[in-house]
Design a protein around this ligand. Sequence first.
Ligand code: BGP
Length: 488
Amino acid sequence: MFPEGFLWGGALAANQVEGAWNVDGRGPSVADVTAYKPKVDVTNYAALHSITTADIEAALADPDVDRYPKRRGIDFYHRYEEDLALFAELGFRTLRVSISWSRLFPTGEEEEPLEAGVAFYESLFTEMRRLNIEPLVTLHHYEMPLALALAYNGWADRRVIEHFVRYARVCFERFGSLVKLWLTFNEIDGIIRHPFSSGGVIPDRGDVLQASYSALHHQFVASARATQLCHELVEGGRMGCMLTKLTTYPRTCRPEDVAATQQKIIDNHFPADVQVLGAYPRLVLRKLERQGVVVPFEPGDEEVLRDHTVDFVSFSYYMTTTESIDPDAERAPGNTIVGVKNPYLSSSEWGWQVDPVGFRISLIELYDRYRMPLFCVENGIGSIDVVGEDGIVHDPYRIDYFRAHFEQMRQAIDEGVELMGYTSWAPIDIVSLSTSQMSKRYGFIHVDLDDLGRGTGERRRKDSFHWYQKVIATNGADLSGSGGDVPV
Ligand code: BGP
């Protein structure tokens, strides 16, 4: 049974939906220079996330939007009222959004925020409250002012902490009466795998491994300081960390495969360990030492991390992955990783391995480890949708995906996991993070835009819209039906 007051909803990120990238004084963010990459082999992780100084310079000189679709998003900046009305119709009790840092501080270094940016978010959160949708707000979701990336090599430089803390303070002071649930860094572990989008670290500026771990340390300190501020400034405010939950299975029971898997699990959990338990795990410190990586601790860091831990653990879950020491093992891509293919699972059209039972395993693993409330803030499947002759997307595959995951979520709750809520990724079609495609569709709501931005932008309910609406209305008691028999 889902608990009373369970926060059902959906999740979005500013850089993938807002568009209006150069409107009302907003400065460019790192997301605005990440290109459309539809033809990249998704198992070629390096190609998918590669970016050079020359790419950034070329992008900055290029006003084109089609080559950089995150500049366009789905125009949520201008259409948010219409979209919120659809989310209210779905029955959402919460909506996860993020704030675009460069909409408030165009270069990140200004002393005062842009009032136009503040006004936009005030209106957004006020409208959410009017519709009884609890805002869940991420401060840093794969976008920081590009100027900070260029000036400091992003989070690799400790000075970025102060700029972020100033931004966070403004968010708490100006939005704290409307927003009580906050997250600091989306998928904070991501900086090790894709340092530019996650932390503005430009790979061709030297030792990228060292720069990424320095950046991660600075984000930990910034996160703890933001948590402290949230507790001081926001009455009833609660702060969560946010982890990419990459549950990993050994490909075989060969002990070497199990040991390699164990290392992956330690690496995956470590950023949440720091934010929940308040210190780096010894095993991780030793591993970094062996790799020659220096964690740039300064006086006071240990105390800040220890004293300002988070109130809940949030995470994204899309798939599981498998580990093997066999170099010839077949590979399969996933959310910001490429691992080994699991022969027992089917895959999405982008090769991500669908694993509902893995969702239950993940929930139990996280709850058993941290013993504090969890919040699943991303889960979903990217699919090619076809608009039927009746103008509607019939998407039984999406309903099947969610139903299977909800059944496992319910079971985990029944087994004792404390789960505050669930926000699907993404309730409306948006620009994808990894490839910047519109055609990788996640929504219950279709948006009439293709990869090149052609279309009216019109929003239409898919079959899955009605199904999710029923699930929320029954608080998850009725998961029945598929695309074929859901009323349209
Ligand atoms: C997560 C990100 C999201 C997101 C999602 C799906 O890693 O937090 O921003 O988009 O993955 O990934 P994609 O859009 O590449 O399919």
